[in-house]
Design a protein around this ligand. Structure first.
Ligand SMILES: [Zn+2]
Length: 288
């Protein structure tokens, strides 16, 4: 695919529209908006419009589910280190890897980078859907030992959360194949003239790829819960006798170290599970 100033300009406009949408819905802080603008522009400039629309599918569906039953979630979210408005690092935790794969695809032109891109995005979508719907579950259990835990705890899984993860991963997988088929269909149309240069020639396959991407996304979200239960740094408030992600509890007390790695917060966990989703997609794509 040709890189041009026109493509970068289109990318800037599209990314601006997406960032503005997120900002007005109060999904993103100002630094989060900047991060989204950067990710959107890189993905559009180097991957093209189908890649960008997949990013939009992740972003808009996550935004809707974050807003869904927002009032019921606020109490639970108080134990999270960060609230519903996503900052720079939260956006980069999910967006940096897709942006990197778009750049690698541009440099190398290999289909596998699109596979990895979809795997990372499917994983991020599955995790966000599972978090936003699973938090409403009445009976979440810890992924490692099956014990009942508080709503919204890192590493908690529930029936509704698992279903949501499967739904999110399948949604991205279907969008990826649908957009890919449509892109190839119009890329073949010679009548497009100069626009032809902005279409990406790659075909990833139909139902087989849906399976690969959906499975990778679902497994990525399970990895997220697993990392959340094992390596994520957790703290203990001596006053409330409560486990929390916060260094300073909302009651004002300093929390002390409880378990996990102190440097591994929710953003690091999200980044690692997106890596896991991407690697799983590559492995399944090569094996199946
Ligand atoms: Zn406290």
């Amino acid at each position: 695919m040709a890189f041009s100033q026109l493509n970068a300009l289109l990318g800037l406009i599209a990314a601006l529209a997406l960032a503005l949408y997120a900002f007005t819905r109060q999904d993103l802080s100002s630094t989060g908006t900047l991060a989204a603008l950067f990710v959107g522009m890189v993905v559009f400039s180097f991957g093209g419009w189908t890649w960008f629309l997949l990013l939009v599918a992740f972003f808009v569906s996550s935004s809707w589910l974050t807003a869904y039953k927002e009032k019921d979630k606020t109490e639970v979210q108080k134990e999270f280190a960060k609230g519903g408005i996503r900052d720079f690092w939260q956006v980069m935790a999910n967006g940096s890897l897709p942006a990197l794969f778009a750049l690698l695809f541009f440099l190398r032109g290999e289909v596998i980078f699109f596979v990895a891109f979809v795997g990372a995005l499917a994983s991020a979508t599955a995790d966000t859907w599972a978090t936003e719907l699973g938090i409403l579950s009445e009976r979440p259990r810890m992924i490692t030992n099956g014990r009942s835990v508080a709503k919204g705890a890192s590493g908690a899984v529930s029936g509704i959360g698992l279903l949501a993860a499967l739904g999110g991963a399948t949604f991205i997988a279907l969008c990826a194949v649908g957009l890919n088929v449509f892109n190839n269909y119009i890329a073949d149309a010679q009548a497009l003239g100069i626009l032809r240069n902005y279409m990406v020639d790659l075909f990833v396959g139909g139902s087989r790829f849906v399976l690969v991407a959906a499975a990778a996304g679902f497994l990525g979200s399970l990895a997220d819960s697993f990392f959340g239960a094992t390596i994520q740094g957790m703290f203990w408030c001596p006053k409330c006798k409560k486990e929390t992600e916060r260094h300073k509890h909302r009651c004002g007390f300093e929390t002390h170290y409880y378990k996990g790695f102190t440097l591994v917060d929710n953003d690091v966990v999200n980044f690692l599970s997106a890596c896991f989703g991407a690697l799983t997609a590559i492995a399944l794509y090569e094996l199946l």
